[in-house]
Write a protein that binds this ligand. Structure first.
Ligand SMILES: Nc1nc2c(ncn2[C@@H]2O[C@H](COP(=O)(O)OP(=O)(O)OP(=O)(O)O)[C@@H](O)[C@H]2O)c(=O)[nH]1
Length: 402
């Protein structure tokens, strides 16, 4: 298939401008994501294509040198946009080197079409490969499919430009000119068209995935301490209650509350209180198993859900946590703050119909007992208060074989 080169170039020019417009709209107000840089790169790409498409109508050297240098600059700006996305600053010298070098190399080969194709193809392939590499090296930080799309799009560009460079180097069609139809020309411009769409949509997707991830974290985790927030710890408890009933395995729950925490705020300030809450979470996190979940239930109250744990096991762990917190010295701006926690524990086997709120109520009443018994201690609720199944009168059942 050999398509009309001028039409293909006009299509690519239009595609660049359209995607640039889309990026400006999508990236409005998102300055740190690199979308503006990407839009700028596409606009420069369109300008480069315009100069190339005007071959024969404007000064030939302007079309060749400035046109190719702008295409190279566009790839540099795309790399800068990717780096900006990852909050890495691009070295402008490195980014400007390819277009300047390309300009100089092409200037020396103005009369040799084959050499020019080889040089420009090799440069574009190397620049596109640098973008793939930048994304590949940061694949661990990338949340999803957007970066893969950009890599695929740029991979297409690498292949096509390497092919073009090889064709030019072999110089088999030395008499061919830019606007002359040919298989390599068709492949170049169609491939570039696909690259423009796939990479630009991929980059937009990258920013969307990042925003989605930030929203997911905000919705699921407590902003101050980083542990599960009230909503997600209750969801986790609800899920584990269902599993414990199905599998007939014990489940334990701890409600932890800092003692006299108000005094920390009153004596050292609210920021000191915040720092203490963050440190407390670290102290707790160091001692629980990976399947246990810590969540912030309210102000200075934390819940720990302990799947497959008996009351005895939970009580032992709670006593350890109590000791660990009492032994820990919380430090804020050089000031040492001593604190203790009270812990209410529930643990045991559940029965169909048991629900998360009943378990929280049980742990909470044990915590109440711990506070009233003098704080810095663990109390337990071995019995789960249950309404009778016909709803006529409340009764209690032993919940566990601890
Ligand atoms: N710094 C800080 N303080 C908080 C936060 N959430 C709740 N608090 C404070 O935690 C304190 C809780 O006080 P109280 O409910 O009286 O409990 P307490 O002083 O710990 O006393 P006991 O629980 O009875 O031992 C209040 O001063 C709240 O303002 C928070 O996110 N940061």
């Amino acid at each position: 298939m050999q398509a009309d080169v001028s039409t293909l170039m006009a299509t690519n020019l239009l595609a660049s401008l359209t995607m640039a417009g889309v990026m400006v709209v999508v990236g409005w107000g998102m300055r740190r994501e690199g979308l503006q840089l990407w839009a700028g790169a596409l606009a420069v790409h369109a300008a480069g294509y315009l100069l190339l498409a005007l071959r024969g109508q404007i000064d030939e050297s302007l079309s060749i040198l400035a046109g190719n240098a702008l295409l190279s600059l566009a790839l540099s700006l795309l790399l800068a946009a990717v780096l900006r996305f990852y909050e890495t600053s691009a070295r402008w010298v490195v980014l400007l080197a390819p277009p300047v070098l390309l300009f100089a190399a092409l200037a020396m080969q103005l009369d040799n079409y084959g050499a020019r194709v080889a040089i420009s193809g090799a440069m574009y392939a190397a620049q596109a490969a640098a973008i793939v590499m930048a994304l590949f090296l940061r694949r661990g930080e990338t949340v999803g499919r957007g970066a893969r799309l950009v890599m695929v799009g740029m991979g297409i560009e690498v292949c096509i430009m390497a092919l073009r460079a090889a064709g030019g180097a072999m110089n088999t069609r030395a008499s061919e000119q830019l606007l002359q139809a040919g298989a390599i020309q068709t492949a170049t411009f169609l491939g570039t068209f696909v690259m423009l769409l796939v990479t630009s949509l991929g980059f937009i997707f990258m920013t969307k995935e990042r925003a989605d991830e930030a929203n997911r974290l905000l919705a699921a985790f407590d902003a101050l301490t980083g542990v599960a927030n009230r909503r997600s710890i209750i969801a986790a408890l609800d899920r584990d209650v269902g599993r414990a009933i199905r599998t007939r395995t014990p489940l334990a729950l701890m409600m932890i509350d800092l003692d006299h925490f108000k005094r920390v705020n009153d004596n050292h300030g609210h920021l000191a209180g915040d720092a203490v809450l963050r440190s407390l979470v670290e102290v707790l996190g160091q001692r629980i198993r990976s399947q246990d979940i810590v969540g912030r239930y309210g102000g200075e109250e934390f819940l720990i859900v302990l799947p497959e744990t008996t009351l005895l096991g939970a009580r032992r762990l709670a006593a350890e946590l109590c000791k660990a917190v009492a032994a820990h010295t919380f430090v804020y701006e050089g000031r040492q703050i001593a604190l203790t926690v009270s812990i209410g524990v529930f643990g045991g086997l559940l029965e169909p119909g048991d629900s998360w709120d009943v378990l929280i109520h049980a742990a909470d009443s044990a915590l109440y007992d711990a506070k009233h018994a003098g704080r810095n201690r663990v109390e337990e609720t071995p019995i789960l208060p249950r309404a009778s199944r016909d709803g006529t009168h409340p009764e209690t059942f032993p919940a566990s074989l601890s």
